[in-house]
Design a protein around this ligand. Structure first.
Ligand SMILES: Cc1ncc(CN)c(N)n1
Length: 218
């Protein structure tokens, strides 16, 4: 069993994420600005949690090479993607609030806590399988939609997309896949697939909630 088996098992689901209207509209430059701002605030929180999650995985990595690779990935994540979000938030004068102060979508709370729970309570391989869709799916989105950027006259959305079509980002994803690849075995495939699939579904729900600007309420 290999990473490509996780990809083929879940193709129908991950293609739905890639083709989500939020993604299509941002690459075409047509996404409503208020929706993008809503996404930025939600995603900034998510990324912060995701970096905490990575720190747990670094602590669980079994050998020095894995630790070094994950530290490099975290470094790129902080200096490329997270730094871009800080810039964009400043551009829109959007204030970063704590979880207690901000109004969160259901999927944001569920997804970020799911990742933290898997990393802390399950093994390293399961934590990696749950985390990979977060990075890998944004690369797939860039590969699928990048041609739309030629006619996108929204400089901010162009800027956002630059992160995910950069060679640094591609390398980051390839390194993560390389780490997981070494962990996949026939006997753990079902478990890894379960977490990979859940995260793909969370990615879909995350886009759906921000697209509708749907705060968690009863
Ligand atoms: C929810 C989510 N998932 C993935 C990514 C890309 N690292 C992101 N920015 N936000």
């Amino acid at each position: 069993m290999q990473f490509k088996d996780l990809v083929s098992e879940n193709k129908k689901d991950w293609l739905k994420v890639v083709k989500h209207p939020f993604v299509d509209e941002i690459y075409r430059g047509k996404l409503a600005e208020e929706t993008f701002k809503f996404y930025l605030i939600q995603d900034h929180y998510y990324l912060n949690q995701s970096m905490r999650n990575m720190a747990i995985l670094i602590s669980k990595a079994e050998n020095l090479k894995q630790k070094q690779q994950l530290i490099d990935i975290l470094n790129i994540e902080a200096n490329v993607e997270f730094a871009k979000y800080q810039e964009l938030l400043e551009y829109y004068s959007l204030e970063v609030k704590s979880a207690e102060e901000m109004k969160m979508t259901y999927s944001n709370i569920a997804y970020s806590n799911y990742l933290l729970a898997v990393s802390s309570q399950a093994g390293f391989a399961e934590g990696m399988a749950a985390l990979i869709p977060c990075y890998w799916i944004y690369l797939k989105m860039a590969e699928y939609h990048h041609h739309k950027l030629k006619e996108n006259d929204n400089q901010i959305y162009q800027d956002w997309a630059t992160v995910f079509k950069s060679s640094d980002y591609k390398e980051l994803v390839e390194n993560m896949v390389e780490i997981l690849e070494k962990e996949i075995e026939t006997k753990n495939f079902k478990k890894l697939n379960y977490h990979f699939k859940n995260s793909i579904k969370f990615e879909y729900q995350f886009f759906s909630d921000v697209y509708q600007r749907k705060i968690w309420e009863i």
